[in-house]
Design a protein around this ligand. Structure first.
Ligand code: KG4
Ligand code: ZN
Length: 347
């Protein structure tokens, strides 16, 4: 059994968790959403300062709730990439300090690998290989998960990430920040067939379309034009719920189509959906239905583990540590890093 304390501060949640193999002993998430909401999005400098204030109380609470002392913890982990540099530095500096103080190995974790590991916390028998649809505020990726630290990128977005599109369209509709949950809520009472919106497709030089890559900037512009048209035509209030439902339907259907095609092409029987957008109710429903139709198995982390948390980072770190993957204390943070480079984080 391996126990790891992990810190996640890549964006706007200060999170600390202790995980023993695939079991959560404690998971603390101090969200900064209310602070950033007043600015309509995450302000990096504000995020760093908030992390500094929240980090020590979160570490203390995580240790108390897990009822563990340092003698029972085998390693200290932190998200090192990708993310906001100042925000990442707060978590990494705290983790390295604890590692030195308590003479524990330090494990740097790639944020996206953490999102993939969130699923192991609910499906403890899950084993690679599988296909992961990773949809978050910064990424829209189809990842072939071959083993711990071994990934192949099969699909990505050419412009906006899925979560970014949700956030931008929500702002356009006056639904506030964060946009994904707001659109999901509004769409519940909207008609997804009310408006026909274009699914972003990427042409291939040899003809046809890229089967796995996504594009959301055209869809976002189409919603903007539609809103402008409705505003000039109709002086009454906008059909916000219908707009939200139609947008959500287009994104969910397009992601599901690419994911199923990719899983079938690569002969992968299991699909894992991870990242903040994997909390979307339409995406979960359509992916489940399509997978069933094609005899594929779908796994999702529970909603609270889809969005940023430290339990998923600890879970990834447990697997790396148990394979002897340890990071040097000189390891720095990086704002961008491909998931295919994960093994560069270990000695
Ligand atoms: O994974 P995450 O918490 O942070 C990143 O690593 O980016 O994802 C945050 C993103 C945001 O863009 C948010 O709007 C979106 O996930 N999100 C959702 C839902 N819940 C969160 N998007 C659609 N539907 C949801 N229910
Ligand atoms: Zn994330």
């Amino acid at each position: 059994m391996t126990s790891v304390l992990a810190i996640e501060t890549s964006c706007d949640e200060t999170a600390v968790a202790i995980v023993k193999n695939r079991y959560i002993l404690s998971s603390i998430v101090a969200s900064q959403i209310d602070i950033h909401r007043t600015y309509g999005g995450v302000v990096p400098e504000v995020a760093s300062r908030q992390h500094l204030q929240a980090i020590n109380p979160c570490i203390t609470q995580a240790l108390q709730e897990a009822k563990l002392n340092w003698g029972e913890i085998d390693g200290v982990a932190a998200t090192v990439a990708p993310g906001l540099i100042g925000a990442l530095m707060v978590g990494v500096t705290a983790a390295k300090t604890l590692a030195i103080l308590h003479q524990k190995p330090f494990i740097g974790v790639h944020h996206l690998e953490g999102h993939i590991y969130a699923t192991y916390l609910s499906d403890r028998d899950l084993q690679p290989p599988f296909l992961c649809l990773l949809v978050s505020g910064g990424h829209t990726s189809l990842i072939y998960v071959k083993d711990c630290g071994v990934y192949e990128m099969l699909g990505s977005t050419r412009d906006d990430a899925a979560g970014e599109a949700f956030d931008k369209v929500a702002r356009l509709l006056g639904l506030g920040y964060p946009g994904g949950p707001a659109i999901d809520r509004a769409a519940k009472t909207g008609n997804p067939q009310a408006f026909s919106l274009p699914e972003g497709k990427l042409s291939l030089p040899e003809g046809g379309y890229h089967p796995y890559d996504s594009s959301f900037s055209g869809l976002k512009t189409a919603v903007l034009r539609l809103v402008q048209k409705l505003e000039t035509e109709n002086k009454q209030s906008l059909p916000i719920n219908d707009l939200a439902a139609s947008f959500q339907e287009t994104v969910a259907r397009s992601l599901v189509k690419r994911t199923i095609t990719c899983a079938i092409d690569y002969g992968l029987k299991t699909i894992v959906a991870a990242g903040g957008v994997a909390a979307n109710s339409a995406l979960r429903q359509y992916l489940q239905e399509a997978a069933q139709k094609h005899n594929l198995n779908v796994q999702y982390p529970p909603l609270n583990l889809c969005t940023d948390n430290a339990a998923m980072i600890a879970c990834a770190a447990v697997d790396h540590l148990s394979r002897g993957h340890i990071s040097p204390l000189t390891l720095g943070v990086q704002s961008r890093m491909a998931i295919t480079e994960v093994m560069k984080l270990y000695e």
